[in-house]
Design a protein around this ligand. Structure first.
Ligand code: SF4
Ligand code: SF4
Length: 471
């Protein structure tokens, strides 16, 4: 028998087999596990074992690895989609900022990127919006986001862009987003954002001792927490409709106390009702390696995950679930429990999961008018740029980014985590180009993550979870 393309998952008591070609999961006994992994003999199997194996085969399981070539299924369609179906653009109105956050990609903690005073001029902003208009003929809704540096340093430009959007997209539904440190939210700006129905994402890491550790003003001497909170209070007082469209972005630093942060976001008046998106410090291209060794945090995060799993089991109420672990619950529910299961999941020409459609899902234009797949990319890496607003998309660069798995083709073709991989061009950047080593050094962590998601899913299923709870 050819070696089947499977991965074994051990839970506390049982052994499960994840079949990569079909995405199916089956409980198997130890004898079957040994045999299918090439460590046991067929003679050791009894009749019942043989029937189980035949049954799995009849469902399309246990086939060998069938991937012949790494190529993204959207490669032949992406050019057409980009031509007429864009529906969003994030605009970097400035690279300057009045904060100096330690883990900001422009802080000097990362290779190649440092703060500078580059501002986007009106000509570039107008050309970016014209570019979006020319490439969105099939879209009825348009979203424009403003990003920095700190975008509020360029409020006049933002207002001019909004007016221009209202004019050129007058037959479409237009919405606006902004990511800000909040310090420059004057009363007038707050009222303006409420009138224009902006969604505003504010960077806030937790209580003062946590937030001020990494987020200081540009003079490096003063923490920014009090200013941010004072502005949030002000939004509540004068623009309650805007408050409903405010979310927080928290960067989690393992040196901080997770339980303090969790308590703050779940109990602090005003804050507790606002959605939080939590991310760990960005490690790609960082000069120093981040090692998570905080045992107290590990235990607390595990506790909060456990409560989250209990929620999925309908054993605790939603308000007991930490906002900081919601994304992981969503991964179990949306990625694993809703995975496509069929004989045809794996095609001979295929690409690992991970990359978005560059230019479609989160296109980003920087202050110079260069186009990138999203705002998380390293703008100084040549393989990240996918064109510019004057000459249009560089389709070869778009396809290279979409097909990033080709740089690790032989590894990806044999990888059991293929369908749930989370790597894209951003994680494959070595500071200068897309490079196999940059990608491969993250594979073990990706596979551990997927293994844990599958384990959590299986255990929840064993306990009767039907994944109907909303997250
Ligand atoms: S991080 Fe990667 S997959 Fe996500 S939007 Fe950016 S380029 Fe796309
Ligand atoms: S984990 Fe690594 S080898 Fe596996 S699919 Fe992702 S990039 Fe490829």
């Amino acid at each position: 028998m050819d070696i089947p393309f499977v991965h074994f998952i051990e839970t506390h008591n049982d052994l499960y087999l994840f079949d990569v070609n079909t995405n199916m999961i089956s409980k198997v006994n130890e004898r079957i596990g040994k045999y299918l992994s090439g460590h046991g003999k067929k003679e050791d199997l009894n009749n019942e074992d043989l029937m189980v194996i035949e049954n799995m085969k009849s469902m399309g399981m246990l086939c060998p690895d069938q991937i012949e070539r790494i190529e993204h299924p959207m490669s032949d369609f992406i050019e057409d989609i980009l031509e007429n179906s864009m529906n969003r653009l994030t605009i970097q109105v400035t690279q300057n900022c009045n904060f100096r956050c330690e883990y900001c990609v422009y802080s000097g903690s990362y290779y190649n990127r440092v703060h500078n005073n580059k501002r986007m001029g009106w000509d570039t902003a107008k050309a970016a919006l014209d570019f979006l208009e020319q490439h969105s003929r099939n879209s009825s809704e348009i979203n424009v986001s403003f990003y920095g540096g700190e975008p509020l340093l360029e409020m006049d430009l933002i207002k001019r862009c909004v007016d221009y959007c209202r004019m050129i997209f007058k037959r479409k539904k237009v919405s606006f987003n902004l990511t800000t440190n909040a310090s420059l939210l004057s009363d007038e700006v707050i009222k303006y954002f409420e009138k224009e129905k902006f969604s505003v994402m504010v960077s806030l890491d937790g209580p003062q001792e946590v937030h001020d550790k990494n987020r200081t003003f540009a003079d490096g001497k003063r923490g920014t927490f009090n200013t941010v909170i004072e502005r949030i209070e002000r939004i509540r007082e004068i623009a309650p409709d805007l408050l409903a469209n405010v979310t927080f972005n928290a960067v989690l630093d393992d040196e901080n106390d997770f339980s303090l942060i969790n308590q703050y976001f779940s109990q602090e008046p005003i804050i507790k009702d606002i959605f939080v998106s939590a991310n760990y410090v960005n490690e790609t291209n960082r000069k120093d390696k981040i090692v998570q060794t905080n045992q107290k945090n590990y235990i607390e995060i595990s506790n909060q995950r456990f409560i989250g799993l209990m929620y999925l089991m309908n054993r605790v109420s939603r308000d007991k679930v930490s906002k900081l672990v919601v994304r992981e619950l969503s991964d179990i529910k949306e990625t694993i429990s809703k995975r496509k299961v069929s004989k045809n999941v794996m095609q001979p020409i295929n690409h690992p999961a991970g990359p978005c459609l560059p230019g479609v899902q989160r296109p980003f234009v920087n202050a110079y008018g260069k186009l990138f797949p999203c705002e998380r990319v390293n703008e100084t890496c040549k393989d990240m740029c996918i064109g510019n607003i004057y000459d249009g998309f560089d389709i070869e660069a778009v396809k290279r980014f979409l097909n990033v798995g080709q740089v690790t083709e032989e590894n990806c073709k044999r990888c059991w985590a293929f369908n749930f991989c989370t790597q894209c061009g951003v994680t494959s950047d070595n500071g200068e180009k897309i490079a196999s080593e940059a990608r491969l050094e993250k594979c073990e962590r990706v596979r551990n993550h997927v293994d844990n998601l599958l384990k959590d899913y299986i255990v929840l299923k064993e306990c009767g979870c039907d994944f109907t709870q909303s997250i």
